[in-house]
Design a protein. Structure first.
Length: 458
């Protein structure tokens, strides 16, 4: 990769005509504070080193993005006469894909204004530089995007984005207002905290009760207590199997949760509960590709049709999807729409059979080896760690679940699983009760004569 970058820098020197590459570096040094502001972490580089790195990386990126320019050879000839040296990458598909995956990574993003500055420095007019950069960026986004329906943005809006990944994200993901909802876990925790605080108020009354009981027993006659303990009813009570009785009645010393360890646990990860594609297909749900992007996801309850956007998966898709999710988690201030979409696809695709059905319906365009790899792409996506709501996606998921759970055969299956297949728990309870009764009868017969008590005749 470094060899390609230095070669691109040398060819960029030839395009500068009377100027030198050092002059470009000096121009970028004037933008040092603006460049550093684009990164969350401090760049431990001095001004000159940072400018050299940006100049070399920008030259390499511009040369590579020319392959994906939307306009014809006339536009390309205006920028680089050294283009034939680099077009060989497009014929070596493996090298081209490897570079694409490296370019789209979040940690490798370069500010777009540095690319614009390099194009301006090549004696291009400002308008020509903007048009050329716009053509490169939109062409590369078309190549990288898993959705082939892209929003066409004006030049000014494209160039105001921070970097290539930021532009790709905002082209794919629609803007949605976030609805603020208090998680149920927070409500339950608040309620539990209030309930736990109430007993502490009456702790003084408990102490007074114990003192009164102790005074009562201390005032009783010792001989009377001895006779009471040696009586037959007390003997029966003492011989009862209290360990079994306490477990059956739920009075055993259950392990109390550790408040400290509970507070140290991470927050619950939001997961989407939704039937798989195979399960929904068996229930009569039809999967139809929608015309558009993520915002077109919808479930029609009248026709039992689940509309999903067409997504194309190739060798670069896994890296593109993961970095879009990473960018959204680190930078997006609103709802995590794209992450929610990946969670939805992760929820409905469990096996290669699910991927096969979506491929046959035209929702997934599979450029990978087989359907199993498609399933692995979605199942390998990490889930969201920040609880968020996306109204149109949540509504589609809720409608699908209501339709599926409302079917008669689904209700029968759930009833069989809950009450028939799990009947061993009921049998265990009945056996425990029977054992308890026999133990109590044994304790009673050890004190009293059961033959005479129950009038049993041999």
């Amino acid at each position: 990769m470094d060899t390609y970058k230095f070669s691109a820098a040398k060819r960029s020197q030839d395009l500068l005509q009377s100027l030198k590459f050092q002059d470009l570096v000096e121009q970028l040094m004037k933008l040092e504070s603006k460049i550093r502001a684009c990164y969350n972490k401090y760049l431990n580089l001095n001004s000159e080193t940072l400018a050299w790195m940006m100049a070399i990386d920008a030259s390499f990126l511009l040369e590579f993005l020319q392959v994906y320019a939307l306009r014809g050879p006339k536009m390309l000839s205006e920028v680089s006469s050294g283009m034939p040296h680099f077009l060989e990458y497009s014929y070596r598909k493996s090298s081209c894909n490897a570079i694409l995956r490296d370019i789209v990574m979040l940690e490798n993003q370069i500010p777009l204004f540095t690319l614009r500055k390099v194009l301006e420095f090549r004696s291009l007019s400002l308008e020509s530089a903007d048009d050329m950069l716009y053509s490169m960026l939109m062409g590369s986004c078309k190549e990288l995007s898993p959705f082939k329906t892209l929003v066409r943005l004006p030049v000014a809006r494209v160039l105001e984005h921070a970097h290539l990944l930021d532009l790709l994200y905002h082209i794919i993901v629609p803007k949605v207002e976030e609805s603020v909802n208090i998680p149920e876990e927070v409500k339950d925790h608040t309620k539990a905290t209030q309930e736990n605080e109430e007993p502490s108020v009456g702790s003084t009354y408990m102490k007074q009760l114990l003192i009164e009981i102790w005074n009562l027993f201390s005032s009783l006659n010792i001989r009377f207590l001895k006779k009471l303990l040696e009586s037959a009813p007390v003997a029966v009570i003492l011989k009862l199997p209290w360990s079994i009785l306490s477990n059956v009645l739920g009075l055993g010393s259950a392990k109390q949760p550790d408040a400290f360890s509970e507070s140290q646990n991470p927050p619950l990860v939001e997961e989407i509960t939704i039937p798989s594609v195979t399960q929904l297909s068996k229930c009569g749900v039809r999967f139809v590709p929608s015309k558009g992007s993520i915002s077109t996801i919808n479930f029609d309850k009248k026709t039992c049709t689940f509309y999903l956007p067409t997504v194309s998966l190739d060798v670069n898709s896994d890296v593109v999807l993961r970095n879009l999710v990473a960018y959204e988690a680190s930078n997006a201030s609103g709802p995590m729409v794209f992450t929610r979409y990946t969670e939805l696809m992760n929820g409905i695709i469990d096996t290669e059979e699910d991927a096969k059905i979506l491929r046959e319906r035209g929702i997934i365009l599979n450029h990978l080896k087989n359907d199993e790899e498609v399933a692995n792409v979605w199942n390998g996506m990490s889930r969201s760690i920040r609880l968020t709501k996306v109204p149109f996606l949540d509504k589609a998921i809720e409608d699908v679940n209501k339709y599926h759970d409302g079917l008669f055969k689904v209700k029968v299956e759930k009833f069989m699983k809950q009450h028939v297949f799990s009947s061993w728990k009921l049998l265990t309870l009945l056996a425990s009760i029977l054992l308890l009764l026999l133990a109590c009868l044994q304790a009673l017969c050890s004190v009293y004569d059961c033959v005479r008590l129950f009038h049993i005749q041999y």
